[in-house]
Write a protein that binds this ligand. Structure first.
Ligand code: NDP
Length: 457
């Protein structure tokens, strides 16, 4: 049967745009629909504007630090509306770049919501179109815990468009977004409280880094509330009041839920096409990105596997090559590096010490970065390698400290290529850098599964 399109992509975020662009480049007739903004979460209300906000906060801290290097600085307050306007201009430029890429590749663009009418028919912009294959790349959205007063709090979607910077902010959630925005608001001059349920922020990351981050956040003036859950929120005069599980409350101008995200699968008409969704809303897929309906695919955050932009783009590219490029391939979710843009940042690749098998060797260093010998800022860098006790392969690398994301990206290549600790040791360092510590860690700190003696502590 002849269809209007070889492939119709629903969702113009990182996964969908890459898929549509590469598929069209391979000669496929491609349609793509986006109802909100091109580039999706990452470009508009995620990674990109978040990183700009982190940079804005870091300038303020750097201005304080400059005194240690002889600068007399008069630091004024931060002009939030001016910064947000500059940020919005950059995001608009990127939106245009995304649609430009798609148009040049020959994809047909629909600025409209698309829904499934049946397994081959899509309703979009008041029309029905058919496609031989359909891909769902609709991403996810932030979720609010269902507590009384939850609508008094904002979510990350709102944070990028606040008319003014709140003076007092309570962040709820100790995950990526919680610690990143805690650093942003504190760096820009707000009083910040960070509330999380675990003993340390960033559940799932290496414990040494989690503890180091908690120390760094405190040093940045952020008030930590570990082991606390939000119970209810109410208006209190001009403020908002958050009640915690320990019976205390915090008053703030802004309460911010950073409590996870859920896939965008409602209102897509998936049931008309027979596509199955999991209880949390994610679309289950096989290794070739197929849903239970073999010509309907899903990729990116809507599958709720590893919700990171570079994973989504890699999936889009692999699916396009598989379907139309005569190059069938999947995407391995092993050894995916990631970074948290807290202040200071944290980055990681491979397994944590808690996940490491008995006999793994741990190399750990903790030091004051060169810069802060002069600034006096209390900030420690932590670097850690986890080495397989039998094969000598480096199976985990973790860093908390300035430039962590930039450094771990390079280390990820070595680990992906199967580098051993001996390979790291043979590598000449670049001096003076923090990165050189990764190739000069000579003394084993401890061994997983071996009790630490008093003398070794
Ligand atoms: P995360 O899953 O990273 O963290 C969610 C946090 O909210 C956890 O601390 C969790 O606590 C807590 N939480 C969940 N439910 C509740 C509740 N009912 N009450 C109180 N606390 C709760 O989610 P984020 O929203 O921070 O980020 C979403 C995802 O977006 C990330 O997982 C990541 O995939 C992606 N992302 C990636 C970034 C990057 O690459 N730099 C940046 C931002 C987002 P607990 O640990 O106890 O469950």
């Amino acid at each position: 049967m002849n269809h209007d399109f070889d492939l119709f992509v629903i969702g113009g975020g990182s996964a969908g745009v890459r898929l549509a662009r590469i598929a069209a480049g391979h000669g496929a007739k491609v349609g793509i629909a986006e109802s909100r903004f091109w580039g999706g979460t990452c470009v508009n209300i995620g990674c990109v504007p978040k990183k700009l906000l982190v940079m804005a906060a870091e300038y303020g801290l750097a201005a304080d630090d400059a005194a240690g290097f002889g600068w007399h600085m008069n630091k004024h307050t931060h002009d939030w509306p001016r910064f947000i306007a500059a940020k919005n201009l950059e995001i608009a430029r990127l939106n245009g770049a995304y649609t430009g890429l798609l148009e040049r590749a020959g994809a047909k663009i629909f600025n409209a919501k698309a829904t499934l009418h049946n397994a081959h028919t899509i309703e979009v912009a008041g029309h029905k179109v058919t496609a031989a294959r359909i891909a769902i790349a609709t991403g996810g959205h932030p979720i609010r815990p269902d507590i009384p007063g939850c609508n008094l709090a904002i979510i990350s979607d709102d944070a990028f468009y606040l008319p003014e910077r709140p003076q007092r902010v309570v962040m709820i959630g100790g995950g990526y977004i919680g610690v990143e925005f805690a650093g942003i608001f504190a760096g820009l001059g707000s009083k910040v409280d960070l509330v999380y349920r675990q003993p340390h922020p960033l559940r799932g990351f290496d414990t040494d880094l989690r503890c180091g981050l908690a120390e760094a956040l405190t040093a940045n003036g952020i008030c930590l509330h570990p082991g606390q859950s939000p119970l209810r929120i109410e208006s209190a005069g001009g403020a908002k009041r958050l009640h915690l599980s320990n019976g205390h409350h915090i008053d703030a101008d802004c309460i911010f839920f950073a409590t996870g995200r859920a896939p965008n699968t409602s209102d897509l008409g998936l049931e008309h096409a027979g596509v199955t969704i999991a209880p949390g809303g994610a679309i289950p897929i096989d290794e070739a990105f197929r849903t239970n309906i073999p010509h309907i695919f899903a990729l990116g955050d809507v599958t709720d596997r590893l919700n990171l932009t570079p994973v989504a783009t890699a999936e889009g590219h692999a699916l396009a090559d598989t379907l139309f490029g005569d190059n069938p391939r999947g995407v391995s979710l092993n050894n995916v590096p990631s970074a948290v843009f807290s202040i200071p940042p944290l980055a990681t690749i491979g397994i944590t010490e808690d996940e490491a098998p008995d006999g793994s060797k741990i190399y750990l260093t903790r030091f004051t970065p060169m810069r802060h010998a002069l600034t006096g800022r209390h900030r420690k860098t932590i670097m850690k390698l986890i080495v397989d006790g039998e094969t000598d392969k480096v199976i985990g690398a973790h860093m908390l400290g300035e430039d962590a994301a930039e450094i771990i990206q390079g280390i990820a290549i070595a680990i992906g290529a199967g580098a051993t600790k001996a390979d790291f040791d043979h590598t000449i360092g670049i001096h003076p850098t923090a990165a050189e510590e990764f190739v000069t860690l000579r003394t084993e700190t401890r061994r997983v599964g071996t009790p630490v003696t008093k003398a070794a502590e």
